[in-house]
Write a protein that binds this ligand. Structure first.
Ligand code: NAD
Length: 585
C-alpha cells in the first residue's frame, strides 16, 4: 500500500569507482577554484589516507589550504568548534570531509558554524537554516556504515551531558559524495563488522519505519541482500575489493534510504548507549537490532517477512499459490473454498519473519567469530554492572528516532532490551571460507599513463591499428552495413581519426584529411582510447562519467560495440607484434 504522502529528495551527486580518489580532476571539474578545508582524523592521517586523497586533489582547481585532523570517534561540540575556527581563519570556501561518520558529521556541523557563527547548541534541531546556504562540500567515506555522505543529518556528542545532539538540514547534503572502496581496505575486521551492521540497521529500520515509502523500500531491500552476501566476506578477506565495494555501495544506498524514511527504536537505544556508555554506534546498533525486531514483529509481520526474504530465508505461501493456480485454471469456486485456510499463509509469514530475526542473530555470532564483534554490553565496554540503566532508558525515550518506530516504544521495553543485552552471552559462530559467496577478490591494476608521447606516435599506433581492423572481414562487413562515419577526437596528445564506412569501402582518415561532416564525434583522452581497445573500460560508463564526450547519433555508434569485442584481443597482439609489449595493460 502506498503512503498518503511522501517526498524523495537526494541532491547529492554520487560517484563510485575503485581508485577514484587517485585522480579527482574529472569528478570535481564543475566546482571551479576553491580554497578547501580537509576534515579528517588522526588515524587516517597516520595511515596515509589523507595524503593519498590530497594527492588526488592536486591537479584539480580545489586547493586544500588547511587540514583539521583532530576528529575523535563520536565527535564532540569542542571538536566542531575548533574545526570551524580553522575554516574561518583560513577563509575557506569549501569543506571536504574524509573519514567515517564522525568526520563527515563534524564537517557538516562545522560548515554551519563557519557560515553562521554561534555555538554548536544554537544550531541543534531540524531545518533551522531555512533558505540560507552553506559552503559547498564533498564527503568521502572511509568506513562502510553510516551513509552520512548522502544524508541530511548529523550527530555530535555533548560530553558534558552524555547525550548525542541531532541536527537535520537539507543543506547538509553535499554536492558530491565520492565512494572509493580502496579507502576502506585499511579498516580492521572489527570496524568493518560494526559499521556494516550500522548500514544493515539503517536499511531494516527505514523499511519498517512509520514513514516508509516506495523509493526507500526498494533501496532498503537491495541493501539487505548486499550486506547478507558481503559483510562476513569483507571481514574475512580485508583486501577483497568486490566485497569492500559492495559494502560501500550498500552503506551509501542505506543512507539515501534512511534519510528519506528515517530510523527507529534501534537507533533511539543505540544513541543512548553511545551517549551514556560511549559504545561505538555500529556496535550499539548491532546488539539492539534483533531485540527491537522481536519487539516490532507483530506490528508489521509482512514487512519483516520481506526482510527475511532479502536475507535469503525462503518464504512459502502455499495457500495463496494454490488459489492463484486454481484461478488460472478458471476454478474460482475451488479457489474460494481455500479462503478459510489463508491463516496457514499468515502463520508461515510470521514464521518467515522470525527466521529473518534468527538469521540476524546468526550473522552477529558469525561477526563475533570473524571480527570479534562484541555480543553483549559487557564485551562492548559496560563495566559498571549497568549502573546507568535508567539514564540509558530515559535518554533513549526522548530520542527523535523513537517517533518513527512502527510500534510505540515503552520505557519498560527499552529497560528489558538493555538489561537482556547486558546478561546475554551468545557464542561466536565460526565461518568457513567455503561458506562464503564466490571466491576471490577483484584485482585492480592502475592504468598506464601518457601512453602516446606524441601525436605522431598516436597516429602511428592507433591509425595503423584501425587499418588492421578494417581488414578483418567480419568487422569490415558490419561497419559497411552501418554506413557510419565516426570521428575520434583525442586529447593528450591531440589527434583526430575518422572512420568512414559510408561508401563501398571503410576508409581511415588521419588528422584534418577528412573533409565531410561525421555522423558521430567522440572526444576522449588518448589514454582512454588505449584502455578501451584492450577491453579495460566500459564505454557506456565512460559516457556517464563524461570521460567520453559525444556528439551526434551516439546510439548508432554504441550499437556497434558488440562487434568490437574481437578487437579487444587483436589490440594487445598488435602491440606485441610492433614491439610495444610495455604498453599492454
Ligand atoms: P567513526 O567515524 O567514529 O570512526 C571510528 C574509527 O575508525 C575512528 O578511530 C577512525 O579513525 C577509524 N577509521 C575510519 N575509517 C578508517 C579506515 N578506512 N581504516 C582504518 N580506520 C578507520 O565511525 P563510523 O561508524 O563511521 O561513524 C560513527 C559516527 O557517525 C557516530 O557519531 C554516529 O552517530 C554517526 N552517524 C551519522 C549518521 C549520519 O547520517 N550523519 C548516520 C549514522 C551514524
Amino acid at each position: 500500500m502506498l503512503p498518503e504522502y511522501f517526498e524523495f529528495y537526494m541532491p547529492t551527486r554520487v560517484a563510485y569507482g575503485i581508485g577514484l580518489t587517485r585522480n579527482l580532476q574529472e569528478v570535481t571539474a564543475n566546482f571551479g577554484r576553491r580554497k578547501a578545508l580537509l576534515v579528517t582524523d588522526e588515524i587516517l592521517n597516520r595511515i596515509g589516507t589523507a595524503d593519498r586523497v590530497k594527492a588526488g586533489f592536486r591537479e584539480t582547481a580545489i586547493q586544500i589550504v588547511a587540514t583539521f585532523d583532530q576528529v575523535p570517534p563520536n565527535s564532540t561540540i569542542e571538536t566542531v568548534e575548533a574545526c570551524a575556527r580553522l575554516a574561518r581563519q583560513k577563509k575557506c570556501d569549501m569543506i571536504i570531509g574524509l573519514g567515517g561518520g564522525s568526520v563527515m558529521d563534524t564537517a557538516k556541523v562545522a560548515n554551519i558554524l563557519t557560515v553562521k557563527g554561534g555555538r554548536v547548541e544554537d544550531h541543534m534541531g531540524a531545518y533551522l537554516l531555512g533558505n540560507d546556504e552553506l559552503l559547498p562540500s564533498i564527503l568521502i567515506p572511509t568506513t562502510a556504515g553510516t551513509g552520512s555522505e548522502v544524508t541530511k543529518v548529523a550527530v555530535i556528542t555533548d560530553t558534558r551531558n552524555d547525550i548525542k545532539l541531532p541536527f537535520a538540514e537539507t543543506q547538509f547534503f553535499p554536492q558530491l559524495a565520492i565512494l572509493d572502496p580502496e579507502l576502506t581496505l585499511s579498516m580492521p575486521a572489527s570496524l568493518t563488522a560494526a559499521t556494516g551492521m550500522d548500514a544493515l540497521t539503517h536499511a531494516i529500520e527505514c523499511y519498517v519505519s512509520k514513514d516508509s515509502q516506495p523509493a526507500s523500500d526498494a533501496l532498503a531491500l537491495h541493501v539487505i541482500k548486499l550486506i547478507d552476501q558481503y559483510l562476513v566476506r569483507a571481514c574475512l578477506r580485508p583486501s577483497d575489493l568486490e566485497a569492500r565495494g559492495a559494502m560501500l555501495v550498500a552503506s551509501c544506498l542505506a543512507g539515501i534510504a534512511f534519510t528519506q524514511a528515517m530510523v527507529g527504536m534501534v537507533h533511539g537505544i543505540s544513541h543512548a548507549l553511545g551517549g551514556v556508555y560511549h559504545i561505538p554506534h555500529g556496535v550499539g546498533n548491532a546488539l539492539v537490532l534483533p531485540e527491537v525486531m522481536e519487539y516490532n514483529l507483530d506490528t508489521k509481520p509482512e514487512r519483516y517477512a520481506d526482510i527475511a526474504r532479502a536475507l535469503g530465508v525462503a518464504y512459502p505461501q502455499p495457500v495463496q499459490t494454490a488459489q492463484a493456480m486454481l484461478q488460472l485454471a478458471r476454478a474460482d469456486f475451488a479457489a474460494r473454498l481455500l479462503q478459510p485456510t489463508r491463516f496457514i499463509d499468515n502463520w508461515l509469514q510470521q514464521a518467515t519473519a522470525r527466521a529473518g530475526i534468527l538469521r540476524i542473530r546468526e550473522l552477529l555470532r558469525q561477526l563475533g567469530a570473524v571480527a570479534q564483534l562484541p555480543l553483549n554490553l559487557e564485551q562492548a565496554g559496560v563495566k559498571d554492572n549497568l549502573a546507568k540503566l535508567e539514564q540509558v532508558c530515559e535518554t533513549a525515550m526522548v530520542d527523535g528516532s523513537m517517533l518513527y518506530n512502527p510500534r510505540e516504544p515503552s520505557i519498560e521495553a527499552v529497560r528489558d532490551i538493555v538489561s537482556k543485552l547486558f546478561i546475554q552471552n551468545p557464542t561466536p559462530l565460526p565461518v568457513k571460507e567455503r561458506d562464503l559467496a564466490q571466491a576471490g577478490g577483484q584485482s585492480h591494476k592502475p592504468a598506464l599513463k601518457n601512453v602516446f608521447d606524441s601525436s605522431n606516435m598516436l597516429y602511428s599506433v592507433l591509425g595503423e591499428f584501425y587499418q588492421a581492423l578494417k581488414s578483418d572481414p567480419l568487422l569490415r562487413d558490419k561497419l559497411l552495413e552501418s554506413k557510419l562515419v565516426v570521428q575520434f577526437v583525442y586529447d593528450e596528445p591531440e589527434a583526430r581519426i575518422t572512420i568512414d564506412a559510408s561508401g563501398d569501402d571503410v576508409q581511415i582518415f588521419l588528422g584534418d584529411s577528412y573533409q565531410g561532416t561525421p555522423e558521430v564525434i567522440m572526444s576522449m583522452k588518448a589514454d582512454f582510447a588505449h584502455q578501451f581497445w584492450q577491453g579495460k573500460v566500459n564505454l557506456i560508463t565512460a559516457l556517464t562519467r563524461r570521460q567520453v564526450k559525444s556528439k551526434g547519433n551516439v546510439p548508432k555508434a554504441v550499437k556497434l560495440l558488440p562487434i568490437l569485442k574481437p578487437a579487444y584481443e587483436l589490440y594487445p597482439r598488435y602491440l606485441e607484434e610492433r614491439g610495444l609489449e610495455r604498453l599492454i595493460a
